[in-house]
Write a protein that binds this ligand. Structure first.
Ligand SMILES: [Zn+2]
Length: 368
């Protein structure tokens, strides 16, 4: 699917993507993924009975109930960031909370919470991934010379890709995956060569398990349904037999960067992805942002774009937010920015506009 473009002056010389897409939470939200702010209330409510019934659900909700307070009627809840921040404090300082919550248990609770998030997203998301599906259809139809930087750790984008692309195409996460080495080699010797589509996940992914010993990532199979009742190891709610490193038997940790935790962008794997994203942004013709507003916590992304974007590159923002500050967050990056006040789904529904942006024909309508 992906064919690198060559410059006529320098045959064979790669000149970059036509479009680099940047997906924020608003992109996944279009496919029914719960917003960050809705995830914790869902975990703490009785709406999803498996959470209450499972050991993993009980352990995590008990911990949250003992350490945070909220008001259901006023819809005041601690944010996911606050809960992760509290857990990360003990993990990073190697401290125990009390006799009931020693450090190892805190780590296990963090993994358990990540699993519950994965579960909530998979239950609440539109299984067909309609919006992402039309995105992939448009890319295949008009111009596959694109790359994607996504800040969502859900796997809805990749799931939609596999649904539309059951053929030889595959996702290139731009990182080494310990269990996909062989598969990749097999693919490379196949003819015709499989086409890769680059998906750079700047905040990690729910299906990446990181080993702190051999520093490699294991890609877990796409979970169509997350089983909260899997066999667990004693009181360790996050562990299950398949999440131990096959090389050194260390326990894997899910590689996601919870928002507002900028300290972890120094993570080996994440910095590798961000370097790749910088190269892609620097060499592309235009950058198209979907459902992203540059929140204060993401100062590292502002730095990344500020360093990579040049004057000649066009920036297009697809966002139907009413926020007045959004515009200035983008104008701070570059003056060459156009705002299209549409939701992601409505944008994809406008085939003329999509074609225009993907193929670079005509002038892009500016509205906003
Ligand atoms: Zn390992």
């Amino acid at each position: 699917m992906y064919i690198p473009k060559t410059s006529s002056n320098y045959p064979g010389h790669f000149i970059g993507r036509d479009v680099v897409f940047v997906f924020g939470a608003g992109a996944s939200y279009a496919d029914g993924a719960p917003l960050q702010a809705d995830i914790l209330p869902l975990i703490m409510s009785d709406e999803l009975p498996d959470i209450r019934k499972s050991k993993i659900g009980q352990t995590v909700t008990e911990f949250i109930a003992e350490n945070f307070a909220w008001d259901v009627n006023a819809r005041i809840y601690p944010t996911l960031e606050t809960v992760f921040g509290f857990l990360d404090y003990f993990i990073s300082q190697d401290e125990h909370l009390n006799a009931q919550y020693p450090n190892a248990r805190i780590r296990a609770i963090k993994e358990g919470l990540i699993k519950l998030i994965h579960y909530v997203i998979s239950v609440k998301s539109n299984q067909q991934g309609k919006t992402y599906r039309s995105f992939w259809e448009a890319v295949c139809r008009y111009n596959p010379n694109i790359a994607i930087l996504t800040l969502n750790y859900d796997t809805l984008l990749e799931d939609a890709f596999s649904n539309i692309h059951p053929g030889p195409g595959y996702v290139d996460y731009c990182i080494h995956l310990m269990n996909y080495d062989l598969t990749e080699k097999k693919q490379m010797h196949r003819y015709p060569k499989p086409e890769a589509v680059k998906i750079m996940k700047g905040h990690g992914s729910l299906n990446w398990k990181y080993c702190h010993c051999c520093k490699q990532v294991l890609l877990t199979p796409r979970d169509t349904k997350i089983d909260l009742f899997e066999e667990h190891n004693g009181e360790d709610p996050g562990s299950s037999a398949k999440y131990y490193c096959p090389i050194d038997a260390s326990e894997f940790e899910t590689l996601i960067i919870p928002p507002s935790h900028i300290k972890k962008i120094s993570h080996l794997v994440i910095s590798q992805i961000l370097s790749e994203a910088m190269r892609e942004i620097r060499s592309c013709k235009k950058v198209l942002f979907v459902g992203y507003s540059f929140p204060d916590a993401d100062v590292h992304f502002k730095a990344l774009f500020k360093k990579s974007l040049s004057r000649g590159q066009q920036v297009i923002v697809i966002n139907n937010t009413k926020s007045k500050t959004l515009k200035y967050n983008y104008l701070a990056l570059t003056s060459n920015v156009q705002f299209i006040k549409l939701s992601f789904a409505d944008f994809l529904g406008n085939q003329c506009l999509v074609k225009e942006i993907l193929t670079g024909t005509g002038s892009t309508r500016s509205n906003g």
